[in-house]
Design a protein around this ligand. Structure first.
Ligand code: ADP
Ligand code: MG
Ligand code: MG
Length: 255
């Protein structure tokens, strides 16, 4: 079973008045098959963690380690990370002009599997995954993210997750901007992937509502650039009732 280990991770971004430390020593271990929720107020550094794991060039690692089965993830290029099995669904997915969903998925699958999936079985795979997510078949021929609604973007993320089957999936605010039906469908997709037991999921969210549909094995509270408390699913109930205020050193003005 693959294990992602984050140890004492420190990350800075370049701001106008010099480098600013955003992540201040994150420790976290995610194993294939486990579902971890990371919850915290806006601005606490959750997306910075996601981008840093994915290798976004804007974020400078100033300390700590990230390994996948002992291999140094921080040394890998973005492509190498994807091939190694680390998948990031973006909070703000980018448009890929002129590339259809269908071609994008096949290219991604080819990169990750090391060989192009056979066309006939691939078309079937895509079709059945799209049906499960209740997506219109015509969606496969649209250009990636071009004119996608919020719900379509999120379904597209889950479609990638189901087809690419990474070892570790990082879902950043997959629940934001979804209506109740879309939230349920997206959650069911995550739960199907989870049921395979082959994907470790890092579910990053500001809200507790997605956790009514996806019961995490572990919940971590993120505040001011680090994990300040960890527990089981019951911790999410506490957060829903009490909010994040008690975790802030600034007296609760961060959310
Ligand atoms: P969250 O996802 O928890 O809302 P973020 O990781 O987006 O938090 O942001 C954490 C802090 O880092 C915020 O104060 C934000 O303004 C800052 N930050 C994040 N990314 C950048 C960036 N690329 N440039 C400058 N500041 C950034
Ligand atoms: Mg934010
Ligand atoms: Mg964020």
């Amino acid at each position: 079973m693959a294990t992602l280990e984050i140890h004492d991770l420190h990350v800075s971004v370049e701001a106008e008045n010099g480098a600013r430390e955003i992540l201040k020593g994150v420790d976290l271990t995610v194993k294939q098959g486990e579902t971890h929720a990371i919850m915290g107020p806006n601005g606490s550094g959750k997306s910075t963690l996601a981008y840093s794991l994915a290798g976004h060039p804007k974020y400078t690692i100033t300390g700590g380690t990230v390994t996948l089965d002992g291999e140094d993830v921080l040394e890998m290029s973005v492509d190498e990370r994807a091939r190694a099995g680390v998948f990031l669904a973006m909070q703000y997915p980018v448009e890929v002009p002129g590339v259809s969903v269908s071609n994008f998925l096949r290219t991604s699958a080819t990169a990750i599997r090391g060989e192009a999936p056979k066309l006939r079985t691939w078309v079937k795979e895509v079709k059945s995954a799209m049906e499960q997510l209740q997506m219109d078949p015509a969606f496969a021929e649209r250009n990636v993210n071009e004119g996608f609604s919020g719900g379509e973007k999120k379904r597209h993320e889950i479609l990638q997750l189901e087809l690419l089957k990474p070892k570790i999936a990082i879902l950043d605010e997959t629940d934001s901007g979804l209506d109740v039906d879309a939230l349920r469908q997206v959650s069911e997709g995550v739960n199907r992937v989870r049921a395979t037991g082959e994907v470790g999921t890092l579910l990053i969210t500001h809200y507790t509502r997605i956790l009514r549909y996806i019961k995490p094995d572990f919940v971590h509270v993120f505040s001011e650039g680090r994990i300040v408390e960890s527990g089981g699913a019951e911790l999410a109930d506490k957060l829903e009732a009490e909010g994040y205020e008690s975790y802030s050193t600034k007296g609760g003005a961060t959310a």
